[in-house]
Design a protein around this ligand. Sequence first.
Ligand code: NAP
Length: 308
Amino acid sequence: MRYIEADGLRVSRIGLGTWQFGSREWGYGEQYAAETAPELLRRAIELGITMIDTAEAYGPARSEAIIGDELGGLTDGQRAGVTVATKLLPIAPTERVVAWQCAGSRRRLRMDALDLYYIHRPNPFVSPRRVGQAVRPLLRDGLVRRFGVSNHSVAQWQAFERGLHARAIANQVRFSLVSPGPASDLVPYAAEHQRLIVAYSPIGQGLLAGRPLASLPLARRARFRGSPAEGSLQALTRLQQAVAEIATGHGATPAQVALAWVVSHPNTIAIPGARNVRQLELNAAAADLELSEEELARLAALAAALGQ
Ligand SMILES: NC(=O)c1ccc[n+]([C@@H]2O[C@H](COP(=O)([O-])OP(=O)(O)OC[C@H]3O[C@@H](n4cnc5c(N)ncnc54)[C@H](OP(=O)(O)O)[C@@H]3O)[C@@H](O)[C@H]2O)c1
């Protein structure tokens, strides 16, 4: 495993996303929630993964509870260095409501203080600065160690920090070869200001593992939902072919190449979800896969050809 540090927070380049844990959207079933999910957490920690990503919205609340049940049983020594990140949905971001939401996450995760607490997405009716003001007491009272934001632009990220009167160490955004936008603005900003970009859906929810678009459930087709233009479907096929070709050259899988491309960016980590332990192991190994400058550039050009 390889690690990255920003503003004193050291995390693995590849983390584990847990939206899949107990959530209906992914449809992985009860056995996955009861057996596979705890197994994934144990194996992730063995592999040196130190970023576990969840949210109160996943399950809803079930993902946090599964993580709390598993990691609540670990000794401090075993848990040392592992950041469990969760997210607050700012539906009614007043001091009272966010304190109640935070208490719920802490109880389910069995943590006195949350390691990293993201604002899941901007509230369209409340400015990020006001949201920052509402959550500030959680930091002051030691209930949250660090804040982050998610799905925020650079300007929204900065506004949140102005309200918080502290850094929001990370911005978690959709970032992959099928959603390369953050490479041009958020990544350079994070690199310059000692912050982290945490890439979600880094395998394009399976699209970059080589699965044909038609084989994916509608909800998992990223930007190719609805009726995508013929040109962008051809560009996707060309991208998938290049990912597969580069993977073969490295004795790797397409999903590993997709992850290696994401984490080749400065100050950037990826948090893929996994259906089983084998996928998790392959994803963790992608932290050590080095693509050449030519391969990275070829992939970036094909990603850009998809259009925004
Ligand atoms: N902040 C936000 O708004 C937000 C939004 C979305 C996600 N997230 C977070 O980001 C995490 C990851 O994103 P995501 O789950 O949407 O997408 P993803 O990580 O791109 O895709 C995960 C899916 O890809 C497939 N996969 C994983 N590893 C693979 C491998 N090695 N080989 C082949 N297929 C593989 C699996 O699906 P199949 O095997 O079923 O194909 C898996 O469930 C989530 O769990 C969540 O924690 C955050």
